[in-house]
Design a protein around this ligand. Structure first.
Ligand SMILES: *Cc1c(COP(=O)(O)O)cnc(C)c1O
Length: 388
């Protein structure tokens, strides 16, 4: 029998990081001392008090059974309290919050609840690839909106043609942004809500990096905007904030009907998050924020080290207070791919080619600050003599 993948699977672009891992392993096999700044996965371990909470919860047989699909009531209450504390936003835990097995699963499944075949979903690019793949799985059409340096890496939504907007269901945004590290103001979110009201769109906001900053205040949430709860849902994750990417815990919060639709899809696909992981997540969200603040300062220090190396190599980059990414510009006329392979061959530094996140990322590369400072000094040293 010839096994053939479905049209929807064939429609997907190749998953970027698989190819990167292959090239990195090839260079490493040649004996090069590789400094991997490729994948956006925190290098530091999960803070101890969260691990302790998991161990304790894992020993309790009450947590060994199927969890409540939409999340433990107590988890959802903790999320609602977190929103009130961090953003001054009031949420009803029972209807406006849903736990997720990492935010990626919610982002991927969300269009299945609201997109009919042929509907458009407005997705930024360069971007995390899951907004587009989730849309394609739901039979929707992706309308890309570039986020460009000249616009402060905000989408120019007015550039989307009217006939597309009339058939559009969802607009995705992601700030602080992966891959560019750009941030958005509350004023941008206000304009986005106005725009979505005009065209009757659902706003899906991916806020996975809102706490990754050295600043005292978190990045604003779209839910802070008056009226946003009429049409917006925010996807959140413990992955980057608490170094918990392997644990798989996140949430969706916002408009009750949007949360309900996502929950209905989920209840047919998965059976919720292991309760011990939810209890550990509660320990994270209610515990001292010192480890989170310390990570924010650490990423700032790491950023400064890498920036020194880039400056010495004559490479320009976006200054940012958010995320653990540095978005750097390849020299004029050099493609992302050529820049990354020259970098890998000449310096052993792995970066991600910007065009892997979308055509407007061409000419850029993303560095993830996921190595300790001595290694970043080594990277900066190697960069200082790098010429392309
Ligand atoms: C890492 C990341 C996420 C979070 O993924 P999880 O599934 O929660 O681990 C979501 N969005 C973006 C843009 C990311 O970079």
């Amino acid at each position: 029998m010839t096994i053939e993948f479905s049209q929807r699977l064939k429609a997907l672009p190749p998953y970027l990081f698989k190819e990167l891992d292959r090239v990195r392993d090839e260079v490493r096999a040649r004996g090069v001392d590789v400094i991997d700044l490729g994948v956006g996965d925190p290098d530091r371990p999960t803070p101890d008090h969260i691990i302790e909470a998991l161990v304790k919860a894992a020993r309790d047989p009450a947590n060994h059974r199927y969890p409540v699909y939409s999340g433990m009531n107590t988890f959802r209450e903790v999320v609602a309290a977190w929103y009130e504390r961090r953003h001054g936003v009031k949420l009803r835990p029972e209807t406006e919050v849903c736990s997720l097995i990492g935010s990626k699963e919610g982002i991927a499944l969300f269009p299945l609840a609201f997109v009919n075949p042929g509907d458009y979903v407005v997705c930024p690019e360069p971007a995390y690839p899951v907004y587009a793949s989730g849309t394609l799985f739901a039979g929707g059409k992706v309308r890309h909106v570039p986020i460009l340096e000249k616009n402060g890496y905000l989408p120019d939504l007015e550039s989307v043609p009217e006939d597309v907007l009339k058939k559009a269901k969802i607009v995705w945004v992601n700030y602080p942004n992966n891959p560019t590290s750009a941030s958005a103001s509350l004023d941008f979110y206000r304009r986005l809500v106005d725009f979505a009201e005009k065209w009757d769109l659902i706003i899906a906001s991916d806020a996975a990096y809102s706490e990754l900053t050295h600043l005292d205040k978190p990045h604003p949430s779209i839910l802070e905007v008056e009226g946003a709860k009429q049409r917006a849902v925010e996807f959140h994750s413990l992955s980057k904030t608490f170094n918990m990417t392997g644990w798989r815990l996140g949430w969706a919060a916002g408009n009750a009907d949007l949360v309900k639709g996502l929950g209905a899809v989920k209840s047919n696909v998965d059976s919720g998050v292991f309760q011990a992981v939810q209890l550990a997540g509660m320990a994270a969200l209610t515990g001292l924020m010192d480890p989170v603040k310390a990570m924010g300062r650490l990423y700032k220090d790491r950023r400064e080290v890498l920036e020194q190396g880039l400056s010495q190599a004559g490479i320009s980059f976006l200054k940012s207070d958010y995320t653990f990414y540095v978005w750097a510009k390849a020299p004029e006329g050099v493609s992302s791919a050529d820049f990354c392979s020259r970098l890998m061959n000449d310096t052993g530094i792995v970066a991600t080619p910007g065009n892997g996140f979308g055509p407007s990322g061409e000419g850029y590369v993303r560095f993830a600050l996921v190595q300790e400072i001595p290694r970043l000094w080594e990277a900066a040293q190697r960069l200082s003599s790098f010429r392309i």
